[in-house]
Design a protein around this ligand. Structure first.
Ligand SMILES: Cc1cc2nc3c(=O)[nH]c(=O)nc-3n(C[C@H](O)[C@H](O)[C@H](O)COP(=O)(O)OP(=O)(O)OC[C@H]3O[C@@H](n4cnc5c(N)ncnc54)[C@H](O)[C@@H]3O)c2cc1C
Length: 267
């Protein structure tokens, strides 16, 4: 690890100031991704600005037909929240499947989404539900947020402060986890929302994406049968030592069928 200074911000305003004044500073939330990166000397920030304790980034609340979650909420808090379980059980279930207990006890929803690892789970829910990402500067629609491998629409120094999820009519996340890390080899988040059916795929490619053909088919007939005949093209999906692109394409189809079946009760 290279040396750096550590500052625990007391307010969001202080964190914004610190990060704005120092182009080489980095935000620290749960540290589950950032700390290993530092240990391997893959990053050399001048300063870590710890935002994990900021009250402005904490809390879970139901507001009308939306569920609001602060960026610093840990995976375990999201998975155990009575509000999340009641309003969007698929989101609580997703959070409960991330990594292992240590990762769930430290890692945060804000850190995960800001990091935009192509194999992370939360991007599936954020896009699958059509959430809004709230930042220190603005609000960003999920469809405009994720830009590529570890890339997002965030500007330098922009802090994710929270998320606003529209409560869906029904939703399920089906994931095929990597047996070692728990990261998604392929995950399909299927939701029937007030604005239509959304199917978000994570883990299989260079970032989360919507499977529009499956959305169109399910919009006409929300059933496993409607997915028959649809195939996910392997082109563009990840091809590495863990799985070929063809294998991942098949996983996407299977996970999407499983998600729909678990909503409709079909076998
Ligand atoms: C062994 C292991 C297994 C894992 N398994 C899974 C898994 O199955 N599924 C899964 O989805 N994830 C998995 N993860 C990743 C985990 O979910 C991390 O918690 C997540 O990637 C990062 O969240 P964090 O709060 O730890 O962020 P940090 O590591 O603190 O930060 C990550 C990056 O985001 C930036 N950042 C943090 N917070 C903000 C913010 N509010 N605004 C703007 N930028 C911010 C930081 O500057 C940094 O660049 C795993 C991690 C480990 C170590």
């Amino acid at each position: 690890m290279y040396s750096f200074t550590y500052t625990r911000a007391k307010t969001l305003a202080e964190a914004r100031d610190l990060i704005a004044k120092d182009a080489d500073a980095k935000l620290l939330s749960g540290g589950m991704t950032l700390i290993p990166t530092l240990k391997q000397r893959l990053a050399a920030p001048s300063q870590l600005v710890d935002i994990s304790q900021l009250t402005e980034l904490r809390g879970i609340a139901v507001k009308g037909d939306r569920l609001e979650i602060g960026a610093a909420m840990q995976h375990v808090e999201v998975s155990r929240s009575a509000d999340v379980k009641q309003k969007i059980p698929a989101l609580a279930h997703l959070a409960s499947q991330i990594g292992d207990p240590q990762v769930r006890n430290r890692g945060t929803i804000g850190g995960s989404v800001a990091n935009n690892d192509p194999v992370a789970d939360y991007p599936g829910a954020v896009v699958g539900l059509g959430a809004t990402i709230k930042t220190s500067q603005r609000e960003i629609a999920a469809d405009d947020f994720f830009k590529g491998v570890f890339e997002t629409a965030l500007n330098a120094g922009e802090i994710v402060t929270g998320f606003s999820f529209p409560v869906p009519k029904r939703a399920v996340y089906a994931k095929f986890p990597h047996p070692v890390s728990g990261y998604a080899m392929a995950g399909s988040f299927v939701a029937e929302t007030a604005s239509g059916v959304r199917v978000a795929i994570t883990g299989a490619g260079t970032g989360v994406f919507r499977w529009k053909e499956a959305e169109a088919a399910l919009s006409k007939n929300f059933s496993v049968a409607a997915l028959k005949g649809l195939s996910m093209p392997a082109k563009g999906l990840s091809n590495d030592l863990h799985a070929t692109a063809e294998y991942r394409a098949n996983l996407v189809e299977v996970m999407t069928r499983r998600a729909v079946a678990s909503i409709t009760g079909e076998k």
